[in-house]
Ligand binder design. Structure first.
Ligand SMILES: [Zn+2]
Ligand SMILES: [Zn+2]
Ligand SMILES: [Zn+2]
Length: 202
C-alpha cells in the first residue's frame, strides 16, 4: 500500500508505477486491458463511487487482482486487510499517532512487514498540516536518531506508561561481527538506522 497525502500525488504515483512495470506484468489477463484488470490500483477519494466500491471489495481479498494500492490514507479506513506486507508513505503523516495507525495496517496476521517513509518537503504544507510531534520526529529521523522505532514510541509515550518495551529496545545486543550471510541480528531486523549501527555493516 502506498499512501499519498494528496489526490494529485496519487495520480502521479500511479502513472509512475504503471509506467515502470511492463505491460505484460501490469495486467492479469492480456486480453482484457482495462483498469480493473491492472495489478496496480489507485484511489483518490471519491466516496460512494464505483471505483471506491471496486477497490474496497477487491483489495482486501487474499487473491486480489490488485497487488499494489496507491491511495490517500482515507482509503479503506476501518477495513481489515489481512495480507499487506509493505506500507509506503509518500509524504509526512498528520501526526505520529496517525502514522503508527497507518503502518499498523501491515502484517495484521503477524507476518513480517515493512514500512518505508519518504518525508517529502512539500508534504509539510499538505492538509491536514502535520502536527509538531510529527515534524520533530521527521527532524530527528533525518538528524541524530539511533532507531526509528524508539523515536516513534518515544513520541507516543505518556507519563505513567509502562516503559519496558522501550527499555528492552535500547538494550538490544547486535551480532558478533562475523556474519557470513545476511545479518539477522536484532538491529538488522529493526530499521535502517539500527542496521547502520550493526558491526556487520561497518
Ligand atoms: Zn531501529
Ligand atoms: Zn551480523
Ligand atoms: Zn546485524
Amino acid at each position: 500500500m502506498l499512501n499519498c497525502r494528496t489526490v494529485n500525488q496519487v495520480g502521479n504515483c500511479y502513472e509512475e508505477v504503471c509506467s515502470a512495470i511492463d505491460q505484460k506484468t501490469l495486467y492479469i489477463h492480456q486480453a482484457q486491458k482495462k483498469a480493473s484488470m491492472r495489478l496496480v490500483g489507485a484511489y483518490h477519494g471519491c466516496p460512494g463511487s464505483a471505483t471506491e466500491k471496486y477497490y474496497v471489495s477487491e483489495f482486501p481479498k487474499r487473491d486480489s487482482v490488485v497487488r499494489c494500492m496507491i491511495c490517500t490514507v482515507a482509503f479503506g479506513m476501518g477495513i481489515d486487510i489481512p495480507d499487506i506486507s509493505h506500507i509506503f508513505h509518500f509524504g509526512i503523516s498528520a501526526s505520529v499517532l496517525s502514522y503508527w495507525q497507518e503502518v499498523g495496517r501491515a502484517g495484521r496476521e503477524g507476518q513480517a512487514a515493512s514500512a518505508y517513509f519518504f518525508a517529502t518537503a512539500a508534504s509539510k504544507y499538505h492538509k491536514p498540516i502535520p502536527d509538531k510531534g510529527m515534524l520533530s520526529l521527521v527532524e530527528k529521523l533525518s538528524g541524530d536518531a539511533e532507531c526509528a522505532r524508539v523515536e516513534v514510541l518515544q513520541q507516543l509515550t505518556v507519563d505513567g506508561m509502562d516503559r519496558s518495551t522501550m527499555d528492552s529496545l535500547k538494550q538490544r545486543v547486535p551480532c558478533a561481527e562475523d556474519c557470513t550471510e545476511l545479518c539477522d541480528c536484532p538491529l538488522c531486523n529493526c530499521c535502517n538506522l539500527c542496521e547502520r549501527r550493526c558491526p556487520c555493516t561497518q
